[in-house]
Design a protein around this ligand. Structure first.
Ligand SMILES: [Ca+2]
Ligand SMILES: [Ca+2]
Length: 455
């Protein structure tokens, strides 16, 4: 072994030892990644936001304000573009940065410091952001901090800081521009998508941003707003009920939630809301998108004859199911709307109620049917499925030959005491629109507030 080789062997050994020591030290002494810089925030996010009066003004920061916050949302999924949301213990704020793939430098959980002197606060329909003031086509505009200047204003700190959403109710969120939760990561519990048959955003070439209603079992509704450029835009919305984590934003007086990706939608509980005591089934159609097809889990809606069937409609802030053969030119119109399975249990007194309204009444019939042997799927008119006509037990709208009665007609109590176990209730429309009008039976029948109780 020559001298040179011996030295290099020792050097290799020492280097290896040093690396070993170094990695041990890292493991025990400091978390991975960069440390917080030698910089101290002197202003809270809430105090910075309080400088901005609103109304789309451009509020220049002219003093050495430094804020610090942890990244709670970035552009990783594409739902946000050229922006971050950061939070400290007082509030959240949208930060505009004129650069793409920000998530590489600013992952969720990274602390950042922002030297605000020279930056500009403004709001877009009351959602506040921090950026720069620019002139676009001769008009003032708030824009992202130019990418070449980002390092002058934004200082990256430690990674892996805890990001915990604020668990709130919809009533906790106001559209006041200084609302503590605006721009912050919040979590709402007990929500679901009333229309399950949709994607998170636009999948067409137009790529328009889309609002999707979510609803809770108290009947409150809010919006999840998603860019068509989000990588989950084409995914079908979550099919259950549960918690949603999101950045709380506003557009004027409208509350809007921005999810970071579909991992923020934990709708893992059963879809249907728990029913009040004594209620075995109820449907008021308020979750429907109108006008449009009825979208109801495990119901059957379809035409036995003719081209039309029951659909969702809205009038005077009330949604309901509607069927009319008017203007179909169908010689026969038979349309079924069958509920999902209703378990009558062992109650002694079981009662069905509903409401109807009949417009332009010229003889089309609405029948109320019940079955104990329908399977819950497939054509309810198929051979072997038995339906009992219990229409005579209910009161139906008297209808008007022209226009509509001023209100729905309650059915009265329809006793289901002779039934037990699982039943299906069907509303069957029977009409016709043959050539000419003398034999038309094209009444518009509307059904709402179907309810079965057991006591
Ligand atoms: Ca209704
Ligand atoms: Ca006709």
């Amino acid at each position: 072994m020559n001298r040179f080789f011996k030295i290099s062997l020792i050097a290799t050994f020492l280097t290896g030892f040093a690396i070993l020591l170094n990695s041990c030290k890292k493991e025990f002494d400091s978390p991975p990644g960069p440390k917080d810089q030698n910089i101290v925030a002197n202003t809270t996010i809430a105090d910075l936001k309080a400088l901005h009066p609103g109304n789309g003004a451009y509020t220049m920061v002219n003093s050495d304000i430094i804020i610090s916050g942890v990244v709670v949302a970035n552009d990783k999924s594409g739902n946000l573009y050229k922006q971050l949301y950061i939070e400290d213990s007082t509030g959240g704020l949208q930060i505009l940065l004129d650069a793409a793939s920000l998530y590489g430098s600013y992952p969720i959980g990274r602390r950042i410091y922002i030297k605000c002197n020279g930056l500009c606060l403004s709001d877009y329909n009351r959602l506040m952001a921090l950026g720069v003031k620019a002139n676009v086509a001769g008009l003032p505009s708030q824009e992202g901090i130019p990418s070449a200047l980002i390092s002058q204003y934004v200082i990256g700190g430690s990674l892996g800081n805890a990001v915990t959403p604020h668990v709130v109710t919809l009533n906790d969120l106001t559209t006041n521009m200084q609302d503590r939760y605006l721009g912050s990561l919040i979590q709402l519990e007990g929500f679901y998508f009333p229309n399950l048959n949709q994607t998170y955003s636009d999948t067409s070439a137009y790529k328009s941003t889309q609002n999707r209603d979510i609803k809770n079992c108290d009947g409150q509704t809010t919006i999840i707003r998603t860019s068509a450029y989000a990588n989950f835009a084409g995914q079908r919305v979550a099919q259950g009920r549960g918690t949603v984590t999101a950045i709380y934003t506003v557009f004027g007086n409208t509350k809007q939630l921005l999810i970071r990706d579909t991992g923020d939608v934990n709708f893992n509980e059963p879809y249907d809301c728990p029913l009040p005591p004594g209620v075995l089934f109820q449907e008021d159609f308020e979750g429907q998108v109108t006008p449009g097809p009825l979208v109801l889990n495990n119901w059957f809606v379809g035409a036995e004859a003719g081209s039309k069937t029951w659909e969702a409609r809205l009038f005077s802030s009330n949604k309901y199911a509607q069927m009319s053969a008017f203007s179909t030119n169908d010689a026969s119109a038979k349309a079924w709307m069958v509920t999902k399975a209703i378990n009558l249990g062992a109650f002694a007194n079981k009662t069905l109620t509903f409401e109807t309204n009949a417009g332009f009444h010229n003889g089309a019939v609405l029948k109320l049917l019940i079955s104990t042997d329908y399977s819950g799927t497939g054509n309810p008119w198929a051979g072997g499925v038995n339906w009992t006509d219990i229409s005579s037990q209910a009161t139906f709208s008297p209808g008007l030959p022209s226009g509509y009665p001023s209100s729905f007609t309650p059915s009265g109590n329809v006793s289901l005491n002779s039934y037990s176990g699982t039943v299906y209730i069907a509303f069957k429309y029977e009409g016709a629109d043959p050539s000419g009008s003398s034999s038309d039976k094209t009444t518009t029948w509307q059904v709402d507030k179907i309810k079965v109780t057991g006591l």
